[in-house]
Design a protein around this ligand. Structure first.
Ligand code: CMC
Length: 437
């Protein structure tokens, strides 16, 4: 076998260094020995947006972006989406193995025991304006749970960690549903623990005067599949935020709220809402060519297209397109589907998108299904956050229990003034935009 080392020559002084290679990776800290003078800081790597930096070792999710592969704990996403429930997948992500029947029963029972919110949390939600964005409400409320469970700070204790992870997985649908009902001015519906995870969520969203909510099984299954597809996605922006905030040993509630805040942005989970707004703006199939031209001219992005990792296809988008059929059979076709399909067809044949390897991602079709299910676009990202909570927590616990991890603290290349003498107020000159004299 070839020697697993990398030899680097520093052409500033001709010195040569041999660095070990493991997993096709060198350790950035091994570069620190590269110095011209003994008092130099040592060589660093510069990698804005982490384009080529592994920040952790992880055994949770594997993606091969060129081949369009996504696996949770070794299981292909296609098989999980076909055969599992979301709670089974959440168990897998957190515990590393699929549960036995008995383990799953216990897990589901435990989750169901924690679906209720403290009444104070409900009051907190009541305080938001009627038109507050559900994602802002969701982030604030998840964070506020930390005031109800202060023991969660004890992040080094496995039993405490486990209890609060279960609480989070159980309570996020309740928070999401309360946010939704608040935006409609409807009374909140308490969890119904006779129902399955997706059915209970649907009940909390849509139950009106009937004594018991009866979810359409095909729609409940479609929602559960969407939850499975969104449950984890290795070191994405929000998982990285979860790990970074959690690395300071902040409690899992505030760390999850921070991760949800990262998800909210339109380049990440907020894209599903942005796709629907884009399809509304396009309005009809004959406006697509004109819209594509504005994208190619760099005036806007085609939302739901492109991915940092997937450069061939997003396997989640493929499964969602198939799940859409089952939903539309019940709800009737969302008229936006025709615009989306034609938009994708044109983009896939256009040199601009081909050259840049831009394909439809998970968010391109999920919004169309969510809308057919009866959701308003403003809640789409909250629907993403519900299952992703399991992924964030799996990533968080892996980070906490990894002896190599420390507080996340990147370096910088300083580009500011080196040193200057203080200037008294009367001697200062107004400069730059917005300056007044
Ligand atoms: N529409 C038009 N052009 C695009 C798009 C797009 N959606 N995405 C990337 N490009 C262009 C980009 O302008 C650049 O062109 P050039 O080389 O001429 O400067 C090139 O493709 C490479 O893009 P990039 O910005 O360097 O790629 P990135 O890896 O930094 O960004 C992304 C990935 C997902 C943020 C980006 O593709 C994007 O903004 N997509 C639209 C938003 C979206 O759908 N986000 C959801 C991502 S999947 C779910 C999730 O992660 O939550």
């Amino acid at each position: 076998m070839a020697e697993q080392t990398l030899t680097i020559t520093d052409n500033r002084n001709g010195k040569t260094y041999t660095l070990p290679i493991q997993n096709d990776t060198i350790r950035a800290m091994d570069l620190r020995q590269i110095k011209v003078n003994p008092d130099d800081f040592g060589m660093m790597t510069y990698d804005p947006a982490f384009m080529n930096t592994a920040s952790c070792r992880s055994a949770i999710t594997y993606i091969d972006g060129d081949k369009g592969i996504l696996r949770y704990r070794g299981y292909p996403i296609e098989q999980l989406a076909e055969n599992c429930t979301y709670l089974e997948v959440a168990y897998l992500l957190i515990n590393g193995e699929l549960p036995t029947k008995c383990e799953l029963d216990d897990w589901v029972k435990e989750i169901k025991m924690h679906t209720m919110l403290h009444e104070n949390t409900k009051k907190l939600l009541e305080g938001f304006r009627h038109d507050a964005h559900p994602m802002s409400m969701f982030i604030s409320t998840v964070s506020a749970l930390s005031t109800i469970y202060p023991e969660a700070k004890n992040v080094l204790d496995p039993a405490t960690r486990r209890r609060n992870m279960i609480r989070l997985i159980a309570k996020v649908p309740t928070i999401a549903a309360y946010c939704y009902r608040h935006s409609l001015g409807y009374p909140y519906v308490y969890p119904d623990n006779d129902l399955s995870f997706p059915e209970n969520f649907m009940s909390m969203l849509w139950k009106m005067m009937e004594p018991k909510y009866a979810a359409n099984p095909a729609l409940a299954r479609a929602l559960d599949i969407l939850f499975i597809l969104h449950a984890d996605h290795e070191q994405n922006c929000s998982a990285n935020t979860m790990r970074a905030v959690g690395s300071s040993q902040a409690d899992p509630y505030v760390s999850t709220a921070a991760a949800a805040a990262a998800l909210y942005g339109p380049l990440h989970g907020g894209a599903n809402e942005a796709v629907l707004r884009m399809l509304d703006e396009i309005g009809s199939v004959d406006h697509i060519p004109e819209y594509i031209e504005t994208v190619k001219a760099g005036k806007r992005k085609l939302m739901g297209f492109g991915h940092r990792i997937y450069k061939n296809f997003d396997p989640r988008a493929k499964i969602i397109r198939e799940a859409a059929g089952a939903v539309f059979e019940v709800t009737g076709k969302n008229p936006k589907l025709d615009i989306a399909i034609e938009l994708e067809r044109i983009a896939l044949n256009d040199e601009y998108f081909i050259k840049r390897k831009l394909y439809a991602n998970v968010d391109f079709y999920s919004g169309i299904i969510y809308q057919a299910l009866g959701f308003d676009p403003a809640i789409f990202t909250v629907l993403f956050a519900i299952p992703r909570t399991a992924g964030w927590l799996a990533q968080w616990e892996e980070m906490i229990t990894d002896p190599e991890q420390k507080i996340a603290r990147p370096r910088q290349i300083f580009t500011g003034h080196w040193i200057r003498d203080f200037v008294p107020m009367e001697a200062r000159q107004a400069k730059g935009a917005g300056a007044t004299t």
